[in-house]
Design a protein around this ligand. Structure first.
Ligand SMILES: Cc1cc2nc3c(=O)[nH]c(=O)nc-3n(C[C@H](O)[C@H](O)[C@H](O)COP(=O)(O)OP(=O)(O)OC[C@H]3O[C@@H](n4cnc5c(N)ncnc54)[C@H](O)[C@@H]3O)c2cc1C
Length: 456
């Protein structure tokens, strides 16, 4: 069979692949998008979307119980069946029909199947061979990493897949890993009625964020009844008589009905044909600042697969850079360093952060100081629930006079983050930022308090 020829072939129809395909088509190029499961990827069906749908009822329930006048009206508990049904709706019952019209509207050819690299600019999908005139973009995403713990694989642990698509609430869930996925899913299933124990090897949860964010998230989880064990790890796992037993390093054994592994992500390059190009399957593909895979000018890698930052918005941004570069556009330097990208943890309290933490700024050799203020310490804070505490912290680069980073914790602080992202990304002088007056009485007045404390 003769090879079908396109300008660009994109492998993987998750958020990064969709943007790479869409942008390339907008740039006037012919595009094939190869997807082996569902167009929309992990994010739409087993990641961002279902996890947020599972978290929302509990978040709202707790906030309602903190608001006098409403709390008296909250007399029952969360109806987990309705919450799970709404989650099913949000993920379109794991069908991708709704995603397809835009592909055909854009003239993108969707090819279903497992794609394998088959030489320079060549891709094989089953019996079919595709050729790219310009470039192949890899966007195969990542899968849950399973740590090498005795008996863990045999115990058939939940990964983010079952952790987000389960149709019933487990009696008792043991969560291994206190990073973003672990804390979010621990809270979600607890709020839907499961007993939850969360085990984290580091001495604090979400260890890359500010220490106060770790404290606030742990306090939030514990207030809901999640048992948090930090500084220890699973040594052995077994499943017997419908129960999972986890022996911790220091000897204690915890039992539960299910175990969820949330211990990091592995790039999904197994079976993709990267070995002949000099790369090891399961390892991130190294890219330059235009997303070209090192040593192969015709090959790009965007999204989770390059290991820069496993976040949907980062992958989508990388995809734009790659697509514009493939189209021959003058691509400006537009990517924030992965670890500095805006990031949100949708627990209660939420954590919203961008740029440096105090520790990462100091490690980068910046001369910084920080100021902080209570999230509720404004007039606008009077209207959110009593006890929905949190903190805001600015990291100020003293030499450049700009904001190096910001972290907020609290109820619904996620939408605050973009103001800080503008400030950090555009390197707006702090003196100018201090002149940007927030409306009264909004919680955004925290910026006034923070700048006052910083002496502006
Ligand atoms: C529980 C959870 C919650 C999350 N929440 C958030 C959040 O709130 N915000 C956020 O920004 N990020 C979140 N993430 C991370 C986010 O899901 C990922 O960063 C994002 O999905 C990565 O997008 P991607 O396009 O690189 O890969 P994916 O979404 O993994 O998509 C890759 C696609 O490629 C396909 N594919 C793979 N190999 C091949 C092949 N050889 N041939 C054909 N097709 C192939 C796969 O089937 C898949 O559809 C979350 C992740 C998890 C696990």
């Amino acid at each position: 069979m003769a090879a079908r020829i396109f300008d660009v072939i994109v492998i993987g129809g998750g958020p990064a692949g969709e943007v790479a395909a869409g942008r390339s088509s907008e740039n006037g190029l012919s595009v094939a998008l190869v997807e082996r499961e569902l167009v929309g990827g992990e994010c739409s069906y087993w990641g961002c979307m279902p996890s947020k749908a599972l978290l929302r009822p509990g978040e709202l329930y707790e906030e309602a119980r903190r608001v006098p006048g409403v709390k008296e009206a909250v007399t029952g508990s969360i109806d987990s069946a309705s919450a799970l049904a709404r989650r099913n709706e949000v993920v379109h019952d794991w069908e991708d029909d709704a995603q397809l019209p835009w592909l055909s509207d854009q003239g993108i050819e969707l090819i279903r199947g497992q794609a394998v690299l088959d030489g320079e600019r060549r891709v094989r999908v089953g019996d079919e061979v595709l050729e790219a005139r310009r470039a192949v973009v890899l966007a195969p995403g990542s899968t849950a990493g399973i740590p090498p713990v005795d008996g863990l694989e045999a115990a058939e642990p939940w990964t983010n897949r079952r952790g987000t698509d389960a149709q019933a609430v487990p009696g008792k869930l043991i969560v291994l890993g206190g990073g973003v996925v672990g804390v979010e899913l621990a809270q979600a299933w607890r709020s839907l009625g499961a007993d939850v124990v969360l085990v984290e090897v580091a001495d604090r949860l979400i260890a890359r964020e500010e220490p106060f964010a770790s404290e606030d998230v742990q306090a939030g989880l514990e207030a809901r009844g999640v048992e948090v064990r930090t500084g220890t790890k699973a040594a052995e796992v077994s499943r017997r008589d419908g129960h999972v037993a986890v022996r911790l390093e220091h000897g204690e054994t915890i039992t539960g009905t299910e175990i969820l592994v949330a211990a990091g992500r592995t790039p999904r390059t197994e079976g993709l044909g990267v070995e002949p190009l000099g790369f090891e399957a399961g390892k991130p593909l190294p890219v330059d600042d235009r997303m070209r895979v090192e040593g192969h000018g015709w090959l790009y890698a965007v999204g989770d697969v390059n290991g820069i930052a496993p976040l949907t918005h980062v992958g989508k941004h990388q995809a734009k850079i790659a697509a514009d570069h493939i189209a021959g556009k003058d691509v400006r330097e537009r990517l924030m360093d992965g670890a500095l990208a805006p990031r949100i943890i949708f627990t209660d309290p939420q954590v919203a952060a961008v740029g440096h933490t105090i520790a990462s700024a100091e490690k980068a050799g910046l001369n910084v100081r920080s100021v902080s203020h209570a999230t509720q310490g404004t007039a606008g804070g009077s209207f959110t629930g009593k006890g929905s505490d949190g903190r805001g912290c600015l990291v100020i680069d003293e030499d450049a006079g700009v904001l190096a980073g910001a972290t907020f914790t609290g109820f619904e602080v996620a939408e605050w983050l973009h103001a800080a992202t503008f400030a950090v990304r555009a390197e707006v002088p702090c003196a100018v930022l201090a002149d940007a007056i927030p409306s009264f009485p909004t919680r955004s007045e925290i910026w006034l308090r923070l700048w006052e404390k910083a002496g502006f």
